[in-house]
Write a protein that binds this ligand. Structure first.
Ligand SMILES: [Zn+2]
Length: 88
């Protein structure tokens, strides 16, 4: 049996934990997420139609993105991770 280490950000597999951690560090991280005032919420709706997010990579570079609602998900993110084969 061969042990593999998986980057938790992209799912790539490596032979050493160091290589997997290096890959994880190369990805951006979410540093801020918010609902902008305006039309993001429809009346009487618990969820926003848009979420704006800011990310930063290991070099300090930042980018922002807008995400739009595409569907409902389980409120238990732990269950979602299990369904996708990710460890807690
Ligand atoms: Zn990766």
């Amino acid at each position: 049996m061969k042990t593999q280490f998986i980057c938790e950000k992209c799912g790539d597999r490596f032979e050493t934990a160091e290589a997997a951690k290096k890959c994880e560090a190369s990805h951006g991280v979410l540093i801020e997420a918010r609902v902008m005032p305006g039309t993001a919420y429809k009346r009487s709706d618990v969820k926003a139609q848009e979420i704006w997010a800011k990310f930063r990579n290991a070099h300090g570079e930042e980018k922002a993105a807008k995400y739009q609602f595409i569907g409902y998900a389980s409120v238990d993110f732990g269950d979602v991770k299990k369904e996708r084969g990710c460890d807690e």
